[in-house]
Design a protein around this ligand. Structure first.
Ligand code: ADP
Ligand code: ASP
Ligand code: MG
Length: 414
């Protein structure tokens, strides 16, 4: 088999842990498999490097930031390759531009355009373990790019797709994907199998165990992803195409995202074209809007509320303050914002065929006296924006209320 093994920051967090990684890679190779390893920076390193750049400037140049933060992975690949050699294996390290992982030029959040994988294939054919730097790529001008936080997951799955690997194993500090973050809710349960679609929702709604883009690529190229612990041999969670039995589980997981802010524009004219005019400059400014709610007020006006990434909130308000006067004739006092929000969500493919999930979610939040500020739904998820101070309380109540601490077979209906 051809196996891609991706190791996250904690798994390569010290020389001892790198020895542990090396032992696993060498053992897999000795079983007769071809092994490509993707590694992250040592835990804490990417944050440390980012912090250095911010000591110089609040908003440092993206291209130079990528030159700096990508070095964490360079150190890791060299050390892991050495550790594999020390363990008696054959290894060769690869940086993004050597693989070669070509991306667009969106520094700090680049997307992979292509992988010219011949150098890796040559190393594997020579019986070597290819040790590949996660998170980094190169654009068509030769500049170093990075794939966004958690981007080594995406490198892992993209390499697996390019090599047509049999599996992409994601080794991390938990032994699989849980019904909610097990470091926050101790009663969370490991999920044995989960569909790409549900995993995509969980990842995009706050479960950082896999980067969203890695799940998208896994789904697109049919790469089976096995999320498991680098500290044990236990089976983890398989992320695979949807299976019929999965429909029986109405809610598979609960997530929370605390990185958004809410903006409200009050008393907008209730005429066609207003929303378009309001969102156009935000889109032009590269600000992505998430949840949007519009309410009709009584006297021919509307209120529009939406969420944006918290890091973009200040710029979004500035842009709106510049545009709203021309739309409604008066100034920025119509615009309010709230940074202290959280988005809690429940996800499950079973929602397609079961009614009543929304009702139950609202009742559970009401039971804790938590006010719901915004709601959005898709076929397989419901999200509510609430005050951030209630985030943990809400997650706990939803997790217990939907019976997620019980084995799937013992959960009662809605
Ligand atoms: P790595 O450095 O290995 O990439 P991450 O820190 O990016 O690891 O992701 C693993 C973490 O994801 C876990 O430690 C856990 O706290 C968090 N997490 C959040 N939601 C979930 C979930 N539903 N299942 C498992 N882990 C989760
Ligand atoms: N080192 C990068 C980060 O911390 C990429 C990764 O770990 O996946 O975000
Ligand atoms: Mg990660």
């Amino acid at each position: 088999m051809l196996i891609v093994q991706k190791f996250g920051g904690t798994s390569v967090g010290s020389i001892d842990r790198m020895r542990n990684v090396a032992a696993r890679c060498v053992a897999t190779a000795r079983e007769g498999h071809q092994v490509a390893v993707v590694v992250s920076a040592m835990s804490g390193e990417t944050n440390r490097l980012l912090e250095l750049t911010r000591q110089l400037q609040d908003d440092p140049n993206d291209r130079e930031v990528d030159v700096i933060v990508s070095t964490g992975e360079q150190v890791s690949v060299g050390l892991v390759a050495l550790a594999i050699r020390a363990a008696g294996g054959k290894a060769r390290s690869f940086l993004g531009h050597q693989c070669k992982i070509v991306t667009d030029s969106a520094f700090s959040r680049a997307r992979i355009v292509s992988i010219e994988s011949q150098p890796i294939k040559d190393a594997l054919a020579a019986g070597e373990i290819a040790v590949i730097a996660g998170f980094q790529g190169v654009d068509d001008k030769g500049s170093i790019t990075t794939l966004g936080r958690g981007g080594s997951d995406t490198t892992g799955v993209a390499i697996a797709a390019a090599l047509k690997a049999d599996v992409c194993e994601i080794y991390t500090d938990v032994d699989g994907v849980y019904t909610t973050d097990p470091n926050v809710v101790p009663t969370a349960r490991k999920i044995e199998r989960i569909s790409y679609e549900e995993m995509l929702e969980l990842a995009s709604l706050g479960a950082k165990v896999l980067q969203i883009r890695s799940v998208e690529l896994g789904m697109k190229y049919g790469v089976p992803i096995h999320v498991r612990s680098s500290f044990s041999n236990a089976q983890g969670t398989w992320v695979v195409p949807e299976e019929t039995a999965m429909e029986n589980v109405v809610v598979s997981g609960v997530t929370v995202a605390k990185d958004e802010a809410k903006i409200t524009c009050k008393d907008l004219p209730d005429t066609s074209g207003v929303a378009g005019k309001l969102f156009a400059p935000l889109a032009d400014g590269g600000i992505s809007v998430d949840m949007i709610v519009q309410n009709q007020a009584s006297h021919g006006t509307t209120d529009l509320t939406f969420t944006v990434p918290r890091g973009d909130r200040k710029r979004a308000v500035e842009i709106l303050c510049a545009r709203v006067p021309e739309l409604v004739g008066t100034g920025g006092e119509r615009i309010t914002f709230d940074d202290e929000i959280a988005k809690v969500s429940v996800v499950g493919v079973g929602m397609r065929s079961h009614a009543g999930v929304a009702k139950k979610m609202f009742q559970l939040l009401a039971g804790e006296n938590i006010n719901i500020q915004l709601i959005s739904t898709s076929e397989i998820k419901i999200s509510c924006v609430i005050a951030r101070k209630y985030a943990e309380l809400a997650v706990g109540a939803l997790h217990e209320g939907f019976g997620l601490s019980l084995p799937p077979g013992e959960r009662t209906g809605l």
